[in-house]
Design a protein. Structure first.
Length: 291
């Protein structure tokens, strides 16, 4: 028998198969909840505090009281990670809980439902890093609160499926002629020696990896501008990148079947990728020093 896959439900650790949730849970009925995905290297969460602070912002936006402080969340995730060594992604979601009946209005005084689990986190493949990935584009047909990390992901799911149908990794989206993000990643463009990042507004989910890239670019003296990036600039870009907790940073080498720049991952991608790998390695080493 394989060892039980230990997950966390309302603060208690238990085998995943033993967790059951009411069909009246507002997460199930309305998609009324928020979530986080945290990458873990050698047992250490990457920017845990920033992930739980973003969770707090998502909860504030949907008027859901947080059952835990950032420190309590970090401790809870740590208890779960003790059962899952190595490189993992922690997935957690908080829903508004189980009301007595279905009604759109947010009921007062419900106990939120908290679920957390781990999955092994493979690094992007050598092939993806060396050759880059294909993406398609679409108009951003999602809502105007993309800054909330909502479990209601239907728009993102449809966009991701459009990419999968085209054998592409991601669907890059434009709203009113400007770049927003991709279905489960942020997007950066490179023009000459300058990296362009779309604004940190309500039209994108502000990625923890996006913010990490900004820090790495600043420390590495890479020129970076945060501003609106037009669709024309994206289509004429020398380089395009995807970032997310699970994709790290990947070069987009074809967009709608046309080569991006030289059609190979560019020099600024290789620099940022190296800085990212160095950052990851430092996290892993921190675990060894602490052990
Ligand atoms: C829509 C969307 N944008 C951006 C990101 C990147 O966020 P992070 O870097 O925190 O993983 C994600 C991650 O899943 C996402 O779903």
């Amino acid at each position: 028998m394989s060892p039980a896959n230990i997950a966390c439900f309302n603060g208690a650790l238990m085998p995943l198969e033993e967790i059951s949730i009411s069909p009246l849970d507002r997460g199930f009925v309305f998609g009324d909840g928020v979530y986080e995905v945290i990458p873990v290297y050698n047992g250490v969460m990457l920017r845990a505090r920033e992930h739980f602070e973003r969770l707090q912002r998502s909860m504030d936006e949907i008027r859901l009281a947080n059952p835990y402080s950032v420190d309590e969340w970090i401790a809870l995730a740590g208890r779960l990670l003790a059962h899952h060594p190595g490189n993992q992604s922690v997935y957690l979601q908080v829903t508004r809980g189980v009301p007595p009946k279905r009604d759109h209005v947010m009921p007062k005084g419900l106990k939120p439902t908290v679920f957390m689990m781990c999955q092994p986190l493979p690094s992007p493949s050598r092939e993806q890093v060396d050759n880059g990935v294909a993406c398609i584009t679409a108009n951003d047909f999602r809502w105007e609160k993309c800054n909330i990390k909502s479990i209601s992901l239907l728009g993102n799911v449809i966009a991701r499926q459009m990419a999968a149908d085209a054998d592409a990794t991601e669907c890059v989206m434009f709203r009113d002629g400007f770049l927003t993000e991709a279905s489960a990643s942020n997007v950066f463009a490179v023009k000459g020696s300058t990296v362009l990042a779309p604004p940190m507004d309500n039209l994108i989910l502000l990625g923890i990896t996006y913010q990490l890239l900004l820090d790495l670019a600043r420390d590495g003296d890479v020129k970076l501008e945060v501003r609106k990036v037009s669709e024309a600039e994206v289509r004429a870009a020398d380089e395009l990148w995807l970032t997310s907790s699970t994709k790290e940073v990947l070069a987009i080498t074809t967009l709608d079947g046309k080569p991006v720049g030289s059609g190979k991952p560019g020099p600024l991608f290789r620099r940022m990728h190296a800085l990212y790998q160095d950052y990851k390695a430092r996290i892993g080493r921190a675990a060894e020093v602490a052990a």
